[in-house]
Design a protein around this ligand. Structure first.
Ligand code: GLC
Length: 661
C-alpha cells in the first residue's frame, strides 16, 4: 500500500535511534525500503490494517498554518513542552510559551491534599490567564492534563469509580461511557480539560502492577470499553462538559515478558497489532485526540532491537500516524524519554524524530527547551518535524474550542457538586463484583446477626486502590474520602447497626452469637512498578497477606457461614480462601462506594450479581501468562448469580510455595 514518502536522510538518523543504537551509523539508503523503512520496520508496519484518515477542516487548518507561520522557534518548542505543576509557575507558562501542563498523582494546588474544587479552578485560571498573556502574535491557551482514570480521583471529595478491571467484568460499555461523561464533568469542575485515560492495555500476565487499569485480557472487550470511555470523556468536544482523552499507552504495555512494568514486549508483529493494538482502532474511531506512548520496548518476537517505544519511529510515525492515520497529538509518558537509548530526561532528538509531539518533562523542562532549541538549530531535528508537532497541538486545541473557550471558563468550573455522582458509582460497584462461589448462603436476609472481620472492611484506601488521592493510593486514610461508603458502612445501612458487629481482627467471633461472618480481605494499594509481583515470587493472596488469610482461617469451619469479599487489583491464586468461604465475591477495586456491595449481598430490591470475569482466575500460584486453559480455576466469562447459581464445593488446592519453580 502506498505510504507517504519520508525524507530518507531524516529517516536515517531516526532509524538508528529506532534500532536503539543511538550514535550507530545510520543505515545506508540501500538498506532502506523505498519509503524509508527497514525490512523489519516494514514487517511491523504492515501487520497493522490501514485506517482511513479523518477529513481535516480546511478553515481550521488554514488558521493553524497561519498561527504556526507566525510563531518563533521558542514559541513552538514551548508548545511541545509539558511541565508538572510542582515545577512551574503561571508566570513561567507565560515566559516560556508552555502549551500543556500536568499534575502527577499526588500533586494538588499548593500541594494541599484537601484542595477544594475552587482551589483547583483558581490555579487553572491562573495558568490559562498566563498563557494568554504571552507576546505571541496569536496567544495559545494552555491545557492541563490529569490522571482521571477512575473518576477525578486526585481531587478531595470526588466520586471514585471501580477501576477498569471491575468495569470490564460489568460487560457494559454504556456504563463506562456514562462514567466517562461524569468524569469529564468532574475534571471540568476543577478547570482542567484533559484526562489521561483510557488505558487500552490488554493484560496478558497479572503479575503486572497495572493489571487493574486494564479492562480485559480480551482485545475486543478492551476495544469496546476504551472507545466508550473516549466517547464519554470527549462528548462532541463542543461543550464545557467535555475533555480530551488519551488513548494509552501505545503500544503493548500489557504484554511485557512476565508482566514486568516498562519491560520488554516480545509479541510477534501480528500479535502486537491484533492484541495490543486492538484498542487503538476503536479509540481513534471514537475520536481520541491524544495518544500517550508506552514505556515498554518491543522486540518483535525477540528478534528486533527496536528499543523503547518513545524512540521507535516505525511505531509512532509508521504505525500510529501512518497506518492508523492518527491526526491528533502524541504525548510522551513521565520522563519516559530518558529510557530511549542515547537520551536523557531532558534531551531526546530521537523521540522528537520518532514522532512524539508533546514531552512530559515534569521537572527538567527548562533544559529540555534549551536542548531542543539546539537540536533544531544544529540540524538534528528538522523544522518540518517541529511544525508537524505544533500543528497537531494547535489542531487538538482548536477542535476542543480552547481558543474560544479557554478551560477556566465553563459552566461546571468551581462547582463542587459536579465532582460527585454517588448513584452512578453505586450502580457500577454492583455491576462489577463477580460472585465466584455461593454454596447456599447468599442472599443474606436482613435481620441476620452479622460479624464483619478484616481491616479492609472499613478502609476507603483498600477499596479504592492506586491512583486514589495519591499516586500509590497510600499515605491516606478514611479522612481523605469525605464522600462515599465503606463495606462496613453499607452493611450497617442494610442490616442495621444493631445487627452488625465490627471486629477487624476477628477477636469478637464466637459460634452461636452470629448468623454469618463477612470477611473483607484486600491487597494494599499500589500503582505501576510498585505493584509488580516479580517472578519467581508466587502470585497468590495468602503468601503476600498471611495475616488476613489466617484471620479467615480462624472464623472458617466453625459452623457459621462465611462470606468473603476480596479487594484486588488483579486475578490471583485464592483457592485456599475460596475453600474457607461459603460464598466468595471478587470485588476488585470498587472505589468510593464499596458499601453498595451490601445491597447485593442482601439481594435488596431483587438486586442480583451480573458481572462475569474479564480475566481468567488462576488455579496456580505461578501463572505462566496468557491464561492457558490448564491454569484456569474459572475461565474468562465466569460469574454466578442468585438466578443462575451452582454449588462449587471443595476445590483442589496447590501446596504453598515460597518461590515459583
Ligand atoms: C505515569 C503513567 C501514565 C500517567 C503519567 C502522568 O508514569 O505511566 O499512565 O498518565 O505518568 O501521571
Amino acid at each position: 500500500m502506498k505510504h507517504r514518502i519520508f525524507l530518507v536522510t531524516a529517516l536515517a538518523g531516526a532509524l538508528a535511534a529506532c534500532a536503539g543504537a543511538a550514535g550507530a551509523p545510520p543505515e545506508t539508503a540501500a538498506q532502506l525500503k523505498p519509503d524509508g523503512w527497514s525490512e523489519a520496520e516494514r514487517q511491523a508496519i504492515d501487520a497493522w490494517s490501514e485506517r482511513s484518515a479523518a477529513r481535516l477542516d480546511p478553515a481550521s487548518e488554514a488558521r493553524i498554518a497561519a498561527i504556526v507561520a507566525g510563531m518563533t522557534l521558542e514559541q513552538k518548542i514551548g508548545q511541545m513542552t509539558q511541565p508538572e505543576i510542582r515545577s512551574i509557575t503561571p508566570d513561567q507558562v507565560r515566559q516560556y510559551y508552555i502549551g500543556t501542563i500536568l499534575n502527577g498523582g499526588g500533586a494538588w494546588p499548593q500541594m494541599n491534599k484537601h484542595a477544594s474544587v475552587a482551589d483547583w479552578a483558581a490555579l487553572a485560571a491562573a495558568y490559562t490567564k498566563a498563557s494568554l498573556s504571552t507576546d505571541m502574535k496569536v496567544p495559545v491557551p494552555v491545557v492541563w492534563g490529569i490522571d482521571a482514570v477512575h473518576g477525578n480521583n486526585n481531587v478531595h471529595g470526588a466520586t471514585i469509580y471501580p477501576h477498569n478491571i471491575g468495569l470490564g467484568a460489568a460487560h457494559d460499555p454504556a456504563l463506562v461511557e456514562r462514567i466517562g461523561r461524569a468524569t469529564a464533568k468532574s475534571v471540568r469542575a476543577t478547570g482542567l480539560a484533559w484526562a489521561f485515560a483510557p488505558t487500552l492495555a490488554v493484560v496478558q500476565n497479572q503479575r503486572w502492577g497495572r493489571s487493574y487499569e486494564s479492562y480485559s485480557s480480551d482485545p475486543a472487550q478492551v476495544a469496546r470499553n476504551g472507545a466508550a470511555l473516549v466517547r464519554g470523556l470527549q462528548g462532541d468536544l463542543s461543550g464545557d462538559g467535555d475533555v480530551i482523552a488519551s488513548a494509552k499507552h501505545f503500544a503493548g504495555d500489557g504484554g511485557t515478558f512476565q508482566g514486568v512494568d516498562q519491560g520488554e514486549n516480545r509479541s510477534s508483529a501480528h500479535d502486537y497489532a491484533a492484541i495490543h493494538g486492538a484498542g487503538y482502532y476503536s479509540a481513534l474511531d471514537a475520536g481520541a485526540q491524544t495518544v500517550m506512548i508506552s514505556y515498554n520496548s518491543w522486540t518483535m518476537g525477540g528478534t528486533v532491537p527496536f528499543g523503547k517505544m518513545h524512540g521507535n519511529r516505525a511505531a509512532v510515525t509508521g504505525i500510529l500516524k501512518g497506518r492508523l492515520a492518527f491526526d491528533g497529538l502524541v504525548v510522551s509518558d513521565w520522563n519516559a524519554i530518558e529510557q530511549v537509548s542515547g537520551c536523557t530526561v531532558d534531551h531526546c532528538p530521537q523521540a522528537i524524530n520518532a514522532g512524539v509531539d508533546v514531552f512530559m518533562v515534569p521537572e527538567k523542562w527548562q533544559s529540555f527547551i534549551a536542548n531542543t532549541l539546539a537540536d533544531v538549530r544544529e540540524g538534528r531535528v528538522p523544522m518540518t518535524r517541529i511544525d508537524d508537532a505544533v500543528t497537531r497541538i494547535l489542531r487538538v486545541k482548536m477542535r476542543m474550542g480552547l481558543f474560544e473557550r479557554p478551560t477556566a471558563a465553563g459552566r461546571y468550573t468551581g462547582d463542587a457538586s459536579a465532582i460527585v455522582d454517588r448513584p452512578l458509582a453505586q450502580e457500577a460497584v454492583r455491576k462489577s463484583a463477580v460472585l465466584l462461589k455461593n454454596d447456599a448462603v447468599l442472599p443474606l436476609a436482613p435481620g441476620k446477626r452479622i460479624l464483619v472481620v478484616g481491616e479492609a472492611a472499613d478502609s476507603f484506601v483498600r477499596q479504592a486502590g492506586g491512583w486514589s488521592v495519591t499516586w500509590q493510593g497510600d499515605e491516606t486514610d478514611n479522612g481523605d474520602f469525605p464522600v462515599g461508603e465503606t463495606m462496613l458502612g453499607g452493611l450497617r445501612r442494610v442490616y442495621g447497626a444493631a445487627n452488625v458487629t465490627w471486629s477487624a481482627d476477628g477477636s469478637a467471633f464466637a459460634p452461636g452469637k452470629f448468623d454469618a461472618v463477612i470477611a473483607v480481605l484486600g491487597e494494599t494499594p499500589y500503582a505501576e512498578t510498585k505493584g509488580d509481583v516479580r517472578w519467581p515470587a508466587p502470585l497468590d493472596f495468602t503468601g503476600r497477606f498471611p495475616a488476613q488469610a489466617a484471620l479467615l482461617g480462624r472464623v472458617s469451619g466453625q459452623g457459621v457461614p462465611v462470606v468473603s469479599v476480596l479487594y484486588s487489583g488483579r486475578t490471583l491464586y485464592a483457592t485456599d480462601l475460596i475453600n474457607r468461604s461459603d460464598a466468595f465475591v471478587a470485588a476488585f477495586l470498587p472505589g468510593s462506594e464499596a458499601g453498595a456491595l451490601a445491597d447485593l449481598l442482601a439481594g435488596s430490591k431483587q438486586l442480583d450479581f451480573s458481572a462475569r470475569l474479564s480475566f481468567a482466575w488462576p488455579n496456580t500460584r505461578c501463572p505462566s501468562g496468557g491464561e492457558p486453559s490448564g491454569e484456569r480455576l474459572f475461565a474468562r466469562g465466569y460469574g454466578l448469580s442468585y438466578a443462575h447459581g451452582m454449588k462449587t464445593g471443595s476445590l483442589t488446592e496447590q501446596a504453598p510455595l515460597s518461590t515459583c519453580p
